[in-house]
Design a protein around this ligand. Structure first.
Ligand code: TYM
Length: 332
């Protein structure tokens, strides 16, 4: 049966305070999608555990993450907003998918290669298996579209491979999801090293702008952003990657094209440009921060919301999980 609305699913790890990379690259696109699609958004706490976490910090950040998603405009009247670990079907489906996933395809994931390097000798099995958990997330809800940043593209492709293989080996079971990317900001880079992705877990706090950074902190981070010695605001990712990244941020915040930005800063120095980028980011973040500061005070409200939404998500997930259990030959 054709669905009346397509299903949208995405998630975010509570592994640090969200950055403008997360926001401009992915989360921001989740908001308007609510009016057109059946949307489900998850705080992926089990994904966060694939690298060492301080337990009390993780718990705190889970609440903060829910409050932040509400603050940017995720509306629980329209969408399901829940915490991944509250729905046990995710781990169960992960196991069943593991039984059909190959070591080779998981070893090729670039994020695994990068992150495992940082874990040294004792690489967690869960880090290797991370994309299979992500596949379970997506496949449990018969997802059509997955709005993410560019760095998750390879994972979504793997989800399609796993789903397609399962459908072939058993019979049509899973919907094959498509990744969805916004028009700009899909890959924001570190402000301190434009060859690296902006990441909420970077040790250098000047490398990223967090969604809760105070205006003055934001301005200073842009002042310190790495540029080059060419001295001209123009979009050239190869020879001016720092400036190109700042242009991406500015364009995402103001809606202006690269051409318009080049014109705006013709004959002006990097100092003026960086200041303008800082102001544009402050303007986008300030109203979100005000709402966030209110929401984070009411923990009981967040607890209620998490509970209700987990129940809604669980009902949907169970339906698919039951089908998968039957297909692979489990009893009951
Ligand atoms: P996570 O928590 O690393 O990032 C959340 C979202 O932010 C995007 N993103 C960026 N976009 C642009 N520039 C950047 N520098 C940048 N950094 C992060 C990510 O692409 C992502 O869309 N595994 C996922 C969470 C997840 C998920 C899912 C996503 C779990 N289950 C199911 C989609 C569907 C992750 O670690 O995202």
């Amino acid at each position: 049966m054709e669905k009346a609305k397509k299903t949208v699913y995405s998630g975010i790890q509570p592994s640090g305070t969200f950055t403008i990379g997360n926001y401009l690259g992915a989360m921001r696109n989740w908001v308007p999608m609510q009016d057109q699609y059946d949307c489900i958004y998850a705080i992926a706490d089990l994904h966060a555990l694939t690298v060492p976490q301080v337990p009390a910090e993780l718990r705190k950040r889970t609440y903060e993450s829910v409050a932040m998603l509400l603050a940017i405009g995720i509306d629980p009247q329209k969408s399901i907003l829940y915490v991944q670990s509250h729905v046990p079907a995710h781990t169960e489906l992960t196991w069943l998918l593991n039984c059909n996933a190959y070591m080779g395809e998981l070893s090729r994931m670039t994020q695994y290669k990068d992150k495992s390097e940082r874990q040294g000798k004792n690489i967690r099995v869960a880090l290797f298996d991370y994309p299979v958990l992500m596949a379970a997330d997506i496949l449990l809800y018969e997802t059509d579209l997955v709005p993410v940043g560019d760095d998750q593209k390879q994972h979504v492709e793997l989800v399609r491979d796993l789903a397609g293989r399962f459908n072939q080996n058993y019979s049509p079971t899973f919907v094959l999801p498509e990744p969805y990317f916004g028009e700009s900001g899909t890959r924001l880079m570190s402000l301190q090293d434009p060859s690296r992705k902006m990441s909420k877990s970077d040790e250098n706090q000047n490398a990223y702008v967090s969604m809760t950074d105070q205006p003055q902190v934001i301005r200073n981070k842009f002042k310190r952003a790495i540029t080059d010695s060419i001295g001209k605001v123009q979009y050239d990712k190869t020879s001016q990657p720092g400036i190109a990244n700042l242009m991406d941020i500015y364009s995402s915040c103001t809606g202006r094209s690269y051409e318009e930005i080049e014109k705006e800063f013709e004959g002006k120095g990097y100092g003026d440009f960086k200041m303008a980028v800082g102001e544009a980011v402050v303007e986008v973040l300030e109203p979100i921060q005000q709402t966030y500061n209110e929401l984070i005070k009411d923990k009981a409200n967040l607890d209620n919301l998490m509970k209700e939404n987990a129940q809604k998500a669980a009902v949907r997930a169970q339906k698919v999980l039951r089908k998968v259990r039957r297909k692979v030959g489990l009893v009951g």
